[in-house]
Design a protein around this ligand. Structure first.
Ligand code: IPE
Ligand code: IPE
Ligand code: MG
Length: 251
């Protein structure tokens, strides 16, 4: 049996023709998952990382082109130093451990966010992983680290203003596409589906521009308990949605 047939099989009741092309996830609830078990918060992060790997594999197997995962926000620096340090080390360790397999699987990895304040060694691994996988096309994997949508928009405005001041760009030619091109996500279409775990009904500064017409799916499940069947449930909800984009159906 080919990989393709096998993966389609695992979609069960889902329509392979109506899958989202781009799924974004706010992986929330790691700390609460750990607390419920009397474990330190970092154990939730550790387990959460494994879940992300599974979901990426599902995306690849099912033909979902792009997965964008929120791993660390610009606001998360406000957490205790021990947790922030653990997360930075975890990102680096995971990248070193998983890069070979991800590359063999055809994953193209991109990091989005302001990477400059990250530890030097993590920045090096990030640059290395993006360079090594740049010709891969089985699945696009965007990891948002030190990502904040407002900061992203501010940086886009600065870059555009710079072009205007040098005369390279005329203000009246700036349109929605121009803005999109200056965002960290310029290489990806806008997400079709946003999943947030742990029941929080907010965006927490994630992809504010890009989510304008994205379908949202919020589940009470904590991220470390999210799994393949939960993912399928989110996709099943998505397939029932009527995406009108402001129009009247049939027009
Ligand atoms: C999400 O889980 C992971 C990160 C923000 C890095 P949390 O750490 O926010 O878990 P809760 O929300 O405290 O349960
Ligand atoms: C959003 O989760 C950021 C990530 C998942 C990386 P948070 O836990 O930081 O968001 P709030 O504080 O609940 O809004
Ligand atoms: Mg949280």
């Amino acid at each position: 049996m080919t990989a393709q047939l096998f993966s389609t099989d695992k979609l069960l009741n889902l329509d392979p023709q109506k899958l989202p092309q781009h799924v974004a996830v706010i992986m929330d609830g790691n700390g609460r998952w750990a607390k419920q078990r009397g474990l330190p918060r970092i154990e939730g992060h550790r387990r959460g990382a494994n879940i992300l790997k599974e979901i990426l594999t599902n995306c690849k197997d099912w033909g979902i082109n792009t997965l964008t995962a929120y791993a660390f926000s610009t606001e998360n620096w406000g957490r205790p130093l021990t947790e922030v340090s653990f997360l930075m080390t975890l990102f680096e360790k995971l990248l070193i451990k998983e890069l070979k397999e991800m590359n063999e699987e055809g994953v193209r990895i991109r990091f989005i966010g302001d990477l400059s304040p990250l530890p030097e060694s993590l920045q090096q691994e990030i640059a290395h992983s993006m360079a090594i996988t740049k010709n891969n096309n089985a699945v696009n994997f965007n990891v948002a680290i030190n990502y904040g949508s407002r900061l992203e928009i501010v940086k886009a405005c600065q870059a555009i203003a710079e072009k205007v001041s040098t005369g390279e760009l005329a203000p009246d030619t700036i349109d929605e596409n121009t803005i999109s091109q200056y965002l960290y996500t310029s290489a990806s279409p806008d997400p079709d589906l946003l999943i947030r775990t742990s029941g929080e009904m907010r965006l927490s500064n994630f992809l504010l521009w890009q989510l304008a017409y994205t379908e949202m799916y919020i589940t009470d499940t904590l991220w470390p308990d999210f799994n393949c069947s939960e993912f399928r449930a989110a996709l099943a909800h998505y397939q029932k949605r009527d995406r009108r984009f402001g129009k009247v159906k049939g027009s």
